[in-house]
Design a protein around this ligand. Sequence first.
Ligand SMILES: [Zn+2]
Length: 378
Amino acid sequence: MKTLFHLGLMVLLVFAVPCQSQETNPIPEPTQLAPEAANTEPVQTNAPSLVPTNTPIVIAATNLPTAWRGIQLFIQSDAAVNALAAALPRLASNGVNAIIVETGYHFDFKSHPELRRGEVITLACAKNLAAVARTNGVRLIPELDCLGHQSAKKFTYAFLALHPEFIEPSPSNPDPKTDYLKNWCPNDPRINPIIFDLIDEIAAAFDADAFHVGFDEIFNLSSDNCPLCRGQEPVKLFAKTVNAFYAHIALTNKLEMFMWGDRLLNARKLGYSRWDASMIGTSGAIDLISTNIVICDWHYAKRASYPSVPLFLQKGFRVWPSGFQPLEATKAFSDYAMKQRAQNPRVVGYLCTTWSLGKPATVADWPPVAEILKDWKN
Ligand SMILES: [Zn+2]
């Protein structure tokens, strides 16, 4: 009881210095997830190695470590940060022990204040949330979408809105189903130094020991209209980008790097859609990047099996299976992943992505969170 009292007192003390909520939280347009039937990604063979050495994480098969019971949320204003801080004790008591905090560019950047747009997260509020998370035993993993997802159907996010010169130009024959999702040019040397500054600021603000770089749903690498990229192999461009981020985040800054896994999967071979797997020739990068990266392997369809999980395990990665809704599909993926974890503890747990549906005050009651994560309590 004494310990519980002190924990409670610490929570109260943390809340005793509230941040100033500024505005309400605008939610970006949700990710488009329409499944596709036709898979045309070429099979990558004999891809050159861009990473000389990998050191796979080895976890003993006995004494399973605590499962990572995660949720992913858009947290893009001080109001949202404070709402999450208020909700954290209940989330933790329900078993949540990791939260991916997707800030986007809604941060009070000091290194690049020109990128601040609309509502932002201030340093003081981020620090307060970090303190509440520590008190409640919850790991915060900030996320900034990198390379891809720089636009939605109706608007462009801050980075490419300010720097349209960094947009990878549409190819001469763009796919109208995906062309609205812009990514930056992977070969422009001016980009990474700016993004690394942003990542460093966000990670420090949340006292994070990890960072999620996104890298999902990229559809336009090596456009024939890009003088820096035309004629180059997408697999090499993608691996080069991942490796550059890994070098900065993991090797230099000693943070654990997380990314979505879809561009590392061959949609045709595995039977996934163009969204949760690649049809643009990047899947061979699975052999060209560090296996120390934690792969968030997201799939939202109900299937009998999810072959990406054993594939990532066989390649040496830790895998964080990530579902969404409906509950039936989430349950199917969770059950499959749990059986995989019984065979290989590099399946680290389960992640409930919530996108625009997840609000801090109510996410504990959202069916996939309420019904699935409890199955992952050790
Ligand atoms: Zn380019």
